[in-house]
Ligand binder design. Structure first.
Ligand code: ACM
Length: 280
């Protein structure tokens, strides 16, 4: 019997940009992000951390409101659109978002495609003091079709809720882009499970450094990483240094959901038994 023809590879170069922002210095932080983006002109997809234009530890909601910007047409979206067009790349970046029409503040990220179009995701699982600073969003985590692949978005603490990555996989994500400002130590290892159980690439882009603005010290844990659908570590960063990590991936690996010849990660779920998961 002849072997089935091998599928043509769909190679993409994807990466993270791990860095340390200066609190409140939006222009300086965007300049630094731009410098890093310019240093890897051939990447198809680059992920930057959560709230990277401002820093993380806001004093209160009023301070968030002073820095927040609309997801479309604000300084971050404009700068990213220009770079995405120039380098024909897809960019993901986290920032505080203001929805002025509804007087809401969100911890958001945008994905900007090479044509300059911005798609927003608003964090649904708020971490610790974020509950005082931001509104809880009600959007589904989106999957966006881009030249770099079908990209699902989640932000930092969403990692603790496996439903987030599962929703993205069920919506067809091949890559999960995961901008983060991690302070707990568990996430990077947990993302191994998110990658393997869903059969997707994951790119966790964390920040580094410390902030002590509200009478406590937060140390951000770095160690950004790119994982394959089989849990292979394709790139990883140190815990305390700025770092750009890249990997060339074949997107086909995320479309093959078989984990043994008899087991399909999605079709083998026992949804007939999962109903209790939906009751609170
Ligand atoms: C986090 O969600 N920034 C820990």
């Amino acid at each position: 019997m002849s072997k089935p023809a091998a599928r043509e590879r769909r190679d993409r170069t994807v990466g993270y940009i791990q860095f340390q922002p200066e609190f409140g210095e939006v222009k300086k932080n965007l300049d630094k992000a731009e410098e890093f983006i310019r240093s890897v002109p051939d990447a198809d997809l680059l992920v930057l951390p959560e709230l990277i234009t401002t820093g993380y530890e806001f004093l209160d909601r009023d301070e968030v409101a002073r820095y927040a910007e609309p997801f479309n047409g604000g300084p971050t979206a404009r700068r990213m659109a220009k770079l995405a067009r120039e380098f024909k790349t897809t960019l993901v970046i986290g920032f505080p978002e203001k929805d002025t029409r509804h007087n809401r503040l969100f911890n958001s990220c945008i994905l900007v495609t090479p044509d300059g179009m911005a798609h927003v995701y608003r964090k649904i699982h708020l971490f610790d003091r974020e509950k005082e600073l931001f509104d809880r969003a009600h959007n589904q985590p989106p999957v966006i079709v881009t030249p770099a692949g079908r990209i699902g978005l989640m932000i930092c603490f969403d990692w603790l809720f496996p439903e987030t990555a599962r929703l993205l996989a069920l919506s067809g994500a091949e890559i999960i882009a995961h901008p983060s400002d991690l302070v707990l130590k568990f996430c990077q290892r947990a993302m191994f499970a998110r990658s393997v159980e869903n059969g997707v690439f994951t790119i966790t882009c964390n920040r580094i450094g410390r902030e002590d603005r509200v009478g406590r010290t937060l140390m951000f844990t770095g160690a950004s990483q790119i994982l394959s659908p089989r849990g292979d570590l394709l790139a990883s960063a140190p815990e305390d240094q700025e770092h750009v990590g890249l990997a060339t991936i074949d997107l086909n690996a995320a479309d093959d959901k078989m984990i043994t010849p008899h087991n399909h990660r999605i079709n083998d779920r026992r949804t007939d038994l999962y109903r209790p998961l939906l009751s609170s």
